[in-house]
Design a protein around this ligand. Sequence first.
Ligand code: SIN
Ligand code: FE2
Length: 215
Amino acid sequence: MDLFENEVDGGVHEQAIGAGAVVLRGFAAADAARLVAAVEAVIARAPLRHMLTPGGQRMSVAMSNCGALGWISDRRGYRYDAVDPLSGRHWPALPALCTSLAARAARQAGYAGFAPDACLVNRYEPGTRLSLHQDRNERDFDAPIVSVSLGIAAVFLFGGTERADRPLRVPLRHGDVVVWGGPARLRYHGVLPLAAAQHPLTGGYRYNLTLRKAG
Ligand code: SIN
Ligand code: FE2
């Protein structure tokens, strides 16, 4: 992985993980405390929950959303909806800080003009994992995915465009941002089971914000 490392303006450490995909080390660090506070405000209104897969399995990651659209899963399938099925109300608005951070990260990665309308909030605790999947419920795949890591560390799996492709193992720490789009937009990805740790801002949890242009 150190093959592709690059130091850019402002000291952000950039690590290419394939064509169209980059890890921006510490890109969100300066905003992290405000991001965690924004996440807490979102989940106070739209509580974290363990969604069911279409096959009926309870997902180990606890999820919520903010933005005009939220990603949901249940027996009927995976999709986006403007309404939180738990409350029957719209998802909380996308915090301006999230929108601007995602646009800046996308621009840094070569995707100018990113305007997300959906943010999936994932909460991991030790032992939680996310199996390999593609993000493909968005209306089109023109816009990149911007993923912000907060709290305890995780190992991100970044696979190929086929499920069987052997994934890279990318350690993600508090404040790291991953952007993938263009030729990488449909690459499989997931998260290994988390190890127990403590972080001053999030306690024993990892939060991940995944910003998308879904509609
Ligand atoms: C996701 O694919 O939705 C989340 C990835 C992560 O938690 O890093
Ligand atoms: Fe994903």
